[in-house]
Ligand binder design. Structure first.
Ligand code: F6P
Length: 329
């Protein structure tokens, strides 16, 4: 096993879907590593760059003036080669070639699953940072990028509300989240929406039928429903199609927010979270930790084993659904 003493050079990469705050995380990892006497190498395009040897020396100036930018200066990719044993072998060879003794990977479920697999085959300490707008990683209250995406959703829905109210329409607004409903549920609360249709609940009950049967308050005229993208919810298009057939009295429209939600300057919350987590990743390596994700539990930094972080069932707070229902009366 590589020991902390053996670590001289740390590689940092971002992988999977980008998230606002990734740059703040890259900055924190780089500066904190250099502060502690490590060398840093930036790996471009995530695991793809590791396989293809797109690796450069990183100095403090490489991460100047990036904290406020969305996206990732290291670029990102979804890499099929890294899913193969040959791809991972090539990646390990490139780590050795570049003298990299430890890795910090920033990304979501796919990134951490890749890290877990790699760490089980090769002797390389890896620390993960949760970077995804989806907030679907277990063991952390918040992921980097989630707060910014929520604010973007709020900005967009506030504008849709104006036209929805004027035309007295029912709007289904689809938000991202992969298989999770965090963006839809908390987005709905932040926007004062009538409801959130999320996979965690749709799987148990017909949320659309319940919503329509409960009826919307007459004085409202219009209604806004946030829908989590997922085959389980049917997506905004699927739900609108159903309403047109089953409840033709409603004038229904659809907006899919899509990749808008992934861009933009990170909020203060995301910049602070990314900075704390980036610094904590280096502390973790100094303490001899490996194969863990940095999490945030009630404002405290915690270490979450990869196997726990990628569990599929991070629970949503069901009380929030009840609150949403009450407030939409
Ligand atoms: O995981 C982040 C995310 O934005 C999900 O919410 C979404 O399902 C997916 O990535 C979209 O991926 P892509 O950008 O590859 O289309």
């Amino acid at each position: 096993m590589a020991t902390t003493k053996a670590i001289k050079t740390i590689g940092v990469l971002t992988s999977g879907g980008d998230a606002p705050g990734m740059n703040a995380a890259i900055r924190a990892v780089t500066r904190s590593a250099i502060f502690n006497g490590f060398k840093v190498k930036g790996i471009y395009r995530g695991y793809k760059g590791l396989v293809n040897n797109e690796i450069v020396d990183f100095k403090t100036y490489h991460v100047s003036n990036i904290i406020h930018h969305g996206g990732t200066i290291l670029k990102t990719a979804r890499c099929s080669e890294f899913k193969t044993a040959e791809g991972r072998q090539q990646a390990y060879k490139n780590l050795k070639k570049n003298g990299i003794d430890a890795l910090v990977v920033i990304g979501g479920d796919g990134t951490l699953s890749g890290a877990k697999q790699f760490a089980s085959e090769y002797d390389i300490p890896i620390v993960g940072l949760p970077g995804t707008i989806d907030n679907d990683l277990y063991g952390t209250d918040h992921t980097i990028g989630y707060d910014t995406a929520l604010n973007t959703i709020m900005w967009c829905v506030d504008r849709i509300r104006d036209t929805a109210a004027s035309h007295e329409r029912l709007f289904f607004i689809e938000v991202m989240g992969r298989e999770a409903g965090f963006l839809a549920l908390n987005g709905a609360l932040a926007c004062g929406a009538e409801a959130a249709i999320i996979p965690e609940i749709s799987i148990e009950q017909d949320q659309l039928a319940e919503l329509i049967q409960n009826g919307f308050r007459e004085s409202k005229g219009s209604a806004i429903v946030l829908v989590a993208e997922s085959p389980v919810t049917g997506g905004a298009m699927g739900l609108a199609e159903r309403v047109r057939k089953e409840y033709p009295q409603y004038d229904v429209r659809v907006t899919i927010l899509g990749h808008l939600q992934r861009g933009g300057s990170p909020t203060a919350m995301d910049r602070i979270l990314a900075s704390r987590m980036g610094a904590a990743a280096i502390d973790a390596l100094l303490e001899g930790q490996r194969n863990i994700m940095i999490g945030d539990d009630d404002e405290r930094i915690v270490y979450v084993p990869f196997s726990k972080a990628i569990r599929q069932n991070k629970p949503i707070d069901r009380d929030l659904l009840e609150t949403l229902k009450r407030l939409s009366l």
